[in-house]
Each structure stands twice: as structure tokens, then as C-alpha cells.
Write a protein that binds this ligand. Structure first.
Ligand SMILES: NC(=O)c1ccc[n+]([C@@H]2O[C@H](COP(=O)([O-])OP(=O)(O)OC[C@H]3O[C@@H](n4cnc5c(N)ncnc54)[C@H](O)[C@@H]3O)[C@@H](O)[C@H]2O)c1
Length: 248
């Protein structure tokens, strides 16, 4: 399937987990992809394995580096059709009272400020019909004890998505995905670790009607759908990729 032939796509956090699967999905469906990540070695490995992809080293929290990433995409591919703001981090320590203040600021800069920076730099290069997609979390809709600052950052991603959708319509669609826990390299003490302790894995899965955690491919499929023509009337959507977790 070549749904994205001739399209130019940027994926942040492309060196691991969801970002790698998103980059693979778009590249395998015909897009030229900028694989952007703090981990240049990882991003290069992913880009080298994909047709027409290039790596880019970025700290998404930094304004100048966002401008440079957008410029690199424009220099190589002439425009940006899909901007995927996927990079994100958890925080050390579950309970906010024990969380270092610097962790809060750094997490907020990576999870929220980064989207503000990337979008502002990208907008002049995004044609009519292009789209912006971010990775939020089901935690952004349902606060839970133990992950309060992280969940608040993801609630901000959802709100940013909805606000930008209104502001940028009808030229650009803006959506986000809200995944449930997945086995990536995400270093959550209680949620996204690749290998959860058996008892915790069972507890997580018991709360998911589809009886498994999310996979990077589940998230990449949702990204591709939201970027595709099939979603041409969808904007401001925060799409749960959660096997029904949010129902309960
Ligand atoms: N894994 C989960 O359970 C889960 C659930 C819901 C939402 N999410 C969200 O999904 C997104 C992707 O997470 P993942 O699970 O694939 O994790 P991951 O740790 O496997 O991948 C995250 C990638 O982001 C990169 N990154 C981190 N900080 C960066 C920075 N400052 N600049 C550029 N790149 C940076 C890392 O190097 C890594 O390659 C995040 O936004 C996360 O909050 C994850």
C-alpha cells in the first residue's frame, strides 16, 4: 500500500518504541521520513533500515534544534505533510511529593513545550491538507495516583491538540493518540516497562478488555489512519489506543 507516496513525514522519538514503528509504517507506505531523536545512533539505525529516510539528532525541548529539524526536512523533502510529535519521557519517582522539581520541568519541556516549538517552526512549511499528530496517553484523560505530573503533561498534549485543531482548521488537521501501557523502552516504574513484574503485568492486563498491553504497531496504525485521507474530516480527536481500558 502506498498511501503516503510523495509525502514528507517527521517522527520524533524515532529511535525506539512507538516512534520506530511510526517511522516504519510511514516509510513502508511510501513516505520520506525524518527519524528524529536524542539518540542519534538509534535514529540512524532506524533510518538506514528504511527507504528514503534520514536521521536527525534533536533534543525536542530546544527551540533552535526544532527549527533545525524542520529546516532539514524542508531541505531534503521540500515540505512537511505529517508532523509526528511522539518523543516523551516519564519522571523518576512515582509520587509527586518525592519527584525532583528539575524532573518536572524537564519532563514538561520534552512532553509539552516540544510540541509548541515543533509546530511553530513547521507551520510555514505545511501545505493544505497536512496534519499534526502527537502521542498523549490514556493517563491524560484519567488521572491516577502515582503518575500525576506525567498524566498532567499528557492532558496538556490533548488540550493543545484540540486548541490547535480549532486554530489551524481547515488547512491543517491536528489529532493525538492516547495509548495504554506498552512494552517499549519507556522507563516507567509502574506502567510502560518492557518487562513488568508478573503480578503487575497481570494487574495491567486485567484492566484491559482486549486482554493485552498495546504494541508499537497498534500506535503506528492509529497514526497512519489519522494521517490518511480516510480521516480527512477528523480533527481535534484524542484517539484511545487502549484495548477498551478507558471504558472501565
Ligand atoms: N510505553 C507506554 O506505556 C506509553 C503509554 C502511553 C504513552 N506513551 C508515550 O509514547 C511516547 C513514546 O514512548 P515509547 O513508549 O515509545 O518510549 P521509548 O522510551 O521506547 O521511546 C522514546 C524515544 O524518545 C526519545 N527521546 C526522549 N527524550 C527525548 C528528547 N528530549 N528529544 C528527542 N528524543 C527524545 C528517546 O531517545 C526514545 O528513542 C512518549 O510520548 C510516551 O509518553 C508511552
Amino acid at each position: 500500500m502506498d498511501r503516503f507516496e510523495g509525502k514528507s513525514v517527521i517522527v520524533t522519538g524515532a529511535a525506539s518504541g512507538f516512534g520506530t514503528a511510526i517511522a516504519e509504517k510511514f516509510a513502508n507506505e511510501g513516505a520520506s521520513v525524518v527519524c528524529a531523536d536524542l539518540n542519534l545512533l538509534g535514529a540512524t539505525g532506524v533510518a538506514d533500515s528504511l527507504p528514503g529516510a534520514i536521521p536527525f539528532e534533536i533534543d525536542v525541548a530546544d527551540e533552535a534544534q526544532n527549527k533545525a529539524m524542520i529546516q532539514a526536512a524542508v531541505d531534503h523533502f521540500g515540505k512537511i505533510d505529517v508532523l509526528c510529535c511522539n518523543a516523551g519521557v516519564p519522571h523518576r519517582g512515582n509520587y509527586m511529593i518525592r519527584m525532583p522539581v528539575e524532573d518536572f520541568d524537564r519532563m514538561w519541556a520534552i512532553n509539552v513545550r516540544s510540541i509548541f516549538l515543533a509546530v511553530r517552526a513547521a507551520i510555514p512549511h505545511m501545505p493544505e491538507g497536512s496534519s499534526i499528530i502527537s502521542t498523549a496517553s490514556i493517563g491524560g484523560k484519567r488521572p491516577r495516583a502515582g503518575l500525576v505530573p506525567y498524566n498532567a503533561s499528557k492532558a496538556a498534549v490533548i488540550n493543545l491538540t484540540q486548541g490547535m485543531a480549532v486554530e489551524m482548521a481547515p488547512k491543517i488537521r491536528v489529532n493525538c493518540v492516547c495509548p495504554v501501557s506498552a512494552a517499549t523502552n519507556f522507563d516507567f516504574q509502574s506502567m510502560g516497562q518492557r518487562d513488568l513484574p508478573e503480578e503487575m503485568e497481570k494487574k495491567v492486563i486485567d484492566g484491559i478488555p482486549m486482554a493485552r498491553r498495546a504494541t508499537p504497531e497498534d500506535v503506528a496504525d492509529a497514526y497512519a489512519f489519522l494521517a490518511s485521507d480516510e480521516a480527512k474530516f477528523l480533527t481535534g480527536v484524542a484517539l484511545d489506543v487502549d484495548g477498551g481500558r478507558s471504558i472501565q
